[in-house]
Design a protein around this ligand. Sequence first.
Ligand code: GAR
Length: 208
Amino acid sequence: MLRVLVCVSGGGTNLQAIIDGIRQGNITNAEIVRVISNNHGAYALERAKAAGIDALCVSPKDFPDREAFHERLIEAVEEKKPDLIVLAGFLVVLPEKMFARYANRIINIHPSLIPSFCGTGFYGLKVHEKALERGVKVTGATVHFVDEGTDTGPIFLQKAVMVEQDDTPETLQKRVMEQAEWEILPRAIHMIANGDVTIENGRVRLLN
Ligand code: GAR
């Protein structure tokens, strides 16, 4: 069983897709061992509790400085000995230490086709605002492994989504979630849990 720890900041629809994927058998050989949010008000925490999953908030607001926050965050992760950390809309830059400790064992979902509309400052609705501003006709979502950079790690899965003429950031966000994110994030976890992926020379190679 792959021990999966999910980090979230907001609504948690991607977390829900993972919970449902495990329940419905689309993700096999994996269990969620803990959900961590940096935000006390995150609805994702309610989703986790409703599914009977261990859920806790580690908020920077509860600590005197960044170092103390990072220490507790690392501890909250390590307590559960995860095999895989999934960033499902987690808007916190991870503590430096974690990159080496969990090399090739952290994945992130990003709501565009990387390398477009990614990097510092590109998160949530902002990504879709920028895509519409640029007038792209196709966008999508990317699951990638996480390295020290922002959205720079090896690309794992991508799915394209058409932009429509009258899209607003909100309508585009919804379509990207429904048609891409909720599909490729569970699939990525299933593939890792079943040994279907390896990283060679900084690039993801799909097996089987
Ligand atoms: C998702 O669209 C995810 O791709 C995005 O935040 C949203 C979280 O929604 N992540 C980023 O922008 C990371 N740079 P959710 O809480 O409903 O899953």
